[in-house]
Design a protein around this ligand. Structure first.
Ligand SMILES: Cc1ncc(COP(=O)(O)O)c(C=O)c1O
Ligand SMILES: N[C@@H](CCCC[NH3+])C(=O)O
Length: 421
């Protein structure tokens, strides 16, 4: 068993659904991102079941994986989208996503992005500062439209996750301090081209406990009641994303547990008329993807053993950026070689170019490894550092597969560059 249900061993070979990974490596080369369509569907189903027919809108936090094939799958399942840029909006529109189910997050929305989102008709802007409110009102006024607004408040709760991916603490750059929120809502109500529709928070990522969400919810419910007292009625409450996935042996918070707790508290306060919006990213895609890579060289140095693979930090930056653990599987474990502790590293000229450290393997040169849980914040955070073309992406569906993004060609990497005479 691997950490990802649709990536499993059959006859000693790791498969994506029914497709042996060596077949894909041979056909498309490595490094290669491979996604399981069924894993996307199962992850979505967990949210659908959790909603139990209650008014819940799931907006896929698409920064986790914005490949059009992935977006299209979620669109067809009824998902909305949480976007953070004009670029992400363009992707949603490219797959025919419903702008009425799009929430626009982010601390630094530019005027052109606001304009594009207003033109498309997004569900709401999650506004993160007073300055942004003013700018949004101005853009809407110029266009002669009304902008739907929700304030992203910072509830100052500890999501008990990695400091780099915790976003709901006072010292984070995100959101409006919750004590300031009533004043700023009142200010927003004065703007002629804004329409207040909701409240939003997002406290962090890879959260495995329900408590931080409930701490945030309690603070938000109090705010909603305060606002009602001031004559400001909200229609929705957005609790952001953040549900964690299994990278190793984490005990998981399920969407059902989260929503059951949330609705219980809302009912107790008679606030269950509110629509609940969620913005899950990682939990919808994280374990629906792997990064397939080939061992180029084995290097047995005095202090350490290295497996130098053809994937690198430009393909998957999470290990070096967050010290994140990704489980690694041998695609065809043969077991003849000597078992050693290996650092799995890429070819990039940085000491930080590692994908896993101190893992016990019996490795052979030329064999394939699968870096697991690489469906979220993996390809989307990739770069071309060291003039390395970004990897291809493949979607598998039972025994079918399709290239959903080809490997970049070398020429394309510098095709638009010019020399100066
Ligand atoms: C505003 C916002 N919403 C949703 C998400 C998705 O988070 P996750 O992938 O942890 O579900 C993020 C990223 O952390 C975010 O910043
Ligand atoms: N990129 C981070 C998550 C941050 C999400 C952005 N708000 C990760 O890989 O874990």
């Amino acid at each position: 068993m691997t950490v990802a249900p649709h990536f499993d061993f059959k006859n000693g070979i790791l498969h994506a659904e029914n497709v042996p990974l060596p077949t894909l490596a041979e056909k498309f080369g490595t490094p290669l991102y491979v996604y399981s369509r069924q894993a996307l569907r199962d992850a979505w189903e967990a949210y659908r079941v959790a909603a139990q027919g209650r008014d819940v809108l799931v907006c896929f936090g698409m920064k986790a994986n914005s490949n059009l094939a992935v977006l299209n799958e979620f669109k067809n399942l009824g998902s909305g989208f949480d976007i953070v840029s004009g670029g992400e909006l363009a992707r949603v529109l490219a797959v025919g996503g419903d702008p009425g189910k799009v929430v626009f997050s982010g601390v630094g929305k530019q005027a052109w992005e606001m304009q594009a989102a207003l033109k498309a008709g997004v569900k709401c802007f999650n506004v993160e500062s007073e300055a942004e409110l003013e700018q949004l009102n101005l853009v809407a006024e110029r266009m002669g439209v009304i902008a739907p607004v929700s304030l992203r408040v910072n509830p100052d709760v500890d999501a008990q996750t990695h400091p780099y991916i915790s976003t709901g603490l006072k010292e984070n750059k995100f959101g409006i301090a919750i004590e300031e929120a009533p004043r700023i809502y009142q200010q927003a109500a004065q703007f002629k081209n804004l329409n207040i529709v909701g409240v939003d928070c997002h406290i962090g990522s890879q959260i495995t406990e329900v408590a931080p969400y409930l701490d945030a919810l309690d603070k938000l419910m109090l705010l909603i009641e305060t606002l009602a007292g001031l004559g400001i009625q909200l229609k929705h409450l957005d609790l952001g994303g953040g549900i964690g996935i299994r990278y190793t042996d984490e005990t998981l918070l399920t969407p059902t547990t989260l929503l059951d707790h949330v609705f219980k508290r809302l009912e107790a306060r008679k606030l269950d008329y509110l629509q609940i919006v969620l913005e899950p990213g990682r939990s919808l895609v994280g374990n629906a993807g792997i990064l397939l890579t080939k061992v180029e060289y084995l290097k047995h140095a005095e202090a350490k053993n290295f497996a130098i693979v053809d994937a690198a930090m430009n393909d998957l930056i999470r290990p070096t950026l967050y010290d994140a653990w990704h489980s690694v599987e041998q695609v065809c474990p043969a077991g003849h070689a000597e078992v050693r502790d290996y650092d799995i590293v890429g070819p990039i000229c940085e000491s930080g170019d590692w994908l896993a450290r101190e893992r016990q393997f019996a490795l052979t040169q030329g064999e394939l490894l699968a870096i697991m849980s690489a469906g979220a914040y993996a390809f989307t955070m990739s770069s071309q550092y060291n003039t390395r073309p970004r990897a291809a992406e493949i979607m598998v569906d039972a025994d079918r597969y399709q290239v959903v993004r080809p490997r970049e060609s070398l020429e394309s990497l510098f095709a638009s560059e010019t020399t100066m005479p």
